[in-house]
Design a protein around this ligand. Structure first.
Ligand code: DC
Length: 231
């Protein structure tokens, strides 16, 4: 008999704190954290390296069958992305790759290509998976769906701090403009646009500290596990 697995879907716009919060919640619950944005970023990197236009399905789709994309976890627990055998975990974390990821993620061919990889991961173990369409498309049967959001100002400030900490010299205005453009593109695309699932619990982190946000989500997980008779 296979062991019952529990899945938590966390969706929301860039900079709402999804990855930091999802990662901490997964660690506290003993679940595996899956950052699906990193998978789209890896496809974006492959398209960039091939010198193709990331918006054009006619040139992106033929690249997909030859891409070997996988992920694992380092000793520190961080998710590492591999593209054709190369560790690209650092290379995918640039503002340019954010735009490439957003562009390729609008292509239905790319979304279909990545769907099974994401579903298989959640079938094998309990996960906290974050992205844009996890509760709506990837795991519509997730045990708990959270839509994590925050005001545009709070999100831009947090993303700026992250970039600056890595030595990136972007300004608040640049980050806010990039984010507004990406929010708009992610929410208005035809293929799996960013939106809250009907049965998602919305958590607005604008006025919460990181610890409060993590605790809020952990409490929701614990409550849902009790409801489902898991603990
Ligand atoms: O979360 P992130 O910033 O690393 O995501 C990069 C891009 O990938 C983002 O602009 C939207 C897209 N994405 C998506 O369409 N679906 C997902 N499940 C995750 C990310």
């Amino acid at each position: 008999m296979t062991e019952r697995v529990f899945s938590v879907a966390i969706d929301g716009p860039a900079g709402a704190g999804k990855s930091t919060i999802a990662k901490a919640v997964a660690a506290r619950c003993g679940f595996v954290y899956v950052d699906t944005g990193a998978i789209y970023r890896t496809v974006g990197l492959a398209v960039r390296r091939a010198g193709r236009d990331p918006h054009d399905p006619a040139v992106v789709a033929p690249l997909l069958p030859a891409l070997a994309i996988s992920f694992d976890y380092g000793a520190d627990g961080a998710q590492r992305m591999h593209l054709n055998g190369e560790d690209v975990s650092a290379a995918i974390r640039t503002p340019e790759m954010s735009m490439y990821a957003s562009a390729v993620s609008a292509l239905p061919q790319v979304r279909a290509f990545l769907l099974d990889m994401q579903r298989d991961t959640a079938r094998r173990q309990s996960v906290v998976m974050d992205g844009r369409d996890i509760g709506t498309v990837v795991l519509p049967q997730a045990d708990l769906k959270i839509f994590l959001t925050a005001s545009p100002e709070a999100r831009a400030r947090r993303r700026l701090a992250e970039l600056n900490a890595k030595g990136d010299k972007s300004t608040l205005d640049e980050v806010a403009a990039d984010m507004a453009r990406r929010d708009h593109d992610d929410a208005t695309r035809a293929a799996a646009p960013l939106r809250a699932a009907e049965d998602a619990v919305t958590v607005d982190t604008s006025d919460m500290t990181l610890e409060e946000s993590i605790e809020t989500v952990c409490r929701l997980v614990r409550e849902r596990m009790v409801e489902r008779g898991e603990r």
